[in-house]
Design a protein around this ligand. Structure first.
Ligand code: SF4
Length: 357
């Protein structure tokens, strides 16, 4: 019933649920079943995702190389190194483009994004990674735990009347760096647009009402992407706490940041001069998640409202509750129109037939 094929029905082996899977379930439980239980493919154009993946690998390689060296980290050297790492990967990238001009343009967009990353945060994050490496337990070899891409962080939730069932929750970040007394997990994403109101409301007090309303069947509110991002933040922060414990950094607080690599809203193209410029705006999700009331009671950077909802969602998911009828009106109007599974979805087909009849 879950993404972990090895999980036992009696619960002796915890099921594994990914943060991306939880987000899909929030959009529609049936969509989760198609995508994560049956493994049906839902993409018809992987090109943009592959370009973002290429960029993520180039930037992570650059950070890894820089962290292993000594000396000042200057912007120009970092940019040169990142552009070289990108060029190496681009040579092997065999995506089909309509023309040579399009291929050249897409490469320029990636190069502009590298420059924007270095301009916005590159030297600071590289220095923070180096500082974190220096502070970790020297017995371990922490670099592989700190630079990915796709470092898996995990936590667990318990549910059931006696809390007898457990699920492992997983999320990924691309690298981890130190910022003063904080350890920061960074995930490169294609866009931060799915974060919706979380981009502008950066503390829980301003987020709480929308969160609660999403789960109220009497309300029109339906925000699966921002709610999914809060769940993801919960999983990442818990996973970072475990990582800190392993690396001898127990006294650090943890933060979670997303950096968009393919948001075109900040990109400008001069077609005459054939130049591309762009900028990046990282989004820190920590304060939108952390609840000061929970912090006051437990001294932990958590949120009991979000975490208890996360537990009940995990419980429903593990039990195989994929019927979308609870929120059908919202799912039919918000999720079905852009769903890749309409051709095989009995609920969608039944709704179409009802309208046609
Ligand atoms: S078509 Fe609609 S009901 Fe069916 S899986 Fe997709 S979102 Fe869910």
């Amino acid at each position: 019933m879950t993404e972990n094929a090895d999980s036992d029905e009696d619960g002796t082996t915890p099921a594994t649920l990914s943060a991306d899977g939880l987000r899909t379930y929030l959009h529609c439980p049936r969509r989760y079943e198609f995508a994560h239980v049956h493994g049906f493919d839902d993409s018809d154009d992987d090109g943009p995702d592959e370009r973002v993946a290429l960029l993520r690998r180039a930037l992570c390689t650059t950070l890894e190389q820089t962290a292993q060296q000594t000396g000042e980290i200057d912007r120009e050297t970092l940019a040169d190194r990142a552009l070289e790492a990108l060029a190496t990967r681009w040579e092997r990238h065999d995506e089909r483009f309509h023309s040579r001009a399009q291929r050249r343009h897409e490469r320029q967009v990636l190069e502009a994004t590298v420059e924007a990353y270095v301009e916005a945060v590159g030297p600071t994050h590289a220095a923070g990674l180096r500082q974190l490496l220096a502070a970790t337990d020297k017995e371990a070899d922490p670099l592989a735990d700190l630079v990915g891409p796709d470092l898996t962080l995990s936590s667990s939730v318990s549910f059931g009347e006696q809390l007898q069932e457990t699920a492992t929750l997983e999320a990924t970040v691309d690298y981890v760096y130190g910022d003063g007394s904080s350890v920061v997990g960074v995930r490169f994403v294609p866009s931060v647009r799915p974060l919706g109101f979380l981009r502008y409301r950066d503390d829980w007090e301003r987020v709480a009402e929308s969160f609660v309303d999403h789960f109220d069947p009497e309300m029109e509110t339906f925000d699966p992407d921002p709610i999914g991002a809060l769940f993801e933040t919960s999983v990442v922060l818990a996973g970072l706490r475990s990582l800190c414990d392993r690396l001898g950094l127990e006294d650090r607080t943890c933060r979670y940041v997303q950096i968009p690599l393919a948001d075109r809203e900040h990109t400008s193209v001069n077609w005459v001069r054939e130049t591309v410029e762009t900028s990046l705006e990282p989004v820190d999700l920590t304060d939108a998640y952390v609840d000061h009331h929970t912090f006051g009671m437990t001294l932990e950077h958590r949120n009991t409202t979000v975490d208890s909802r996360l537990e009940s969602l995990a419980s429903r998911l593990v039990s195989g509750a994929f019927d979308p009828s609870d929120r059908w009106d919202r799912i039919a109007s918000e999720s079905c129109p852009d769903c890749a599974y309409t051709a095989c979805c009995q609920e969608y087909i039944a709704e179409e037939v009802r309208f046609d009849g």
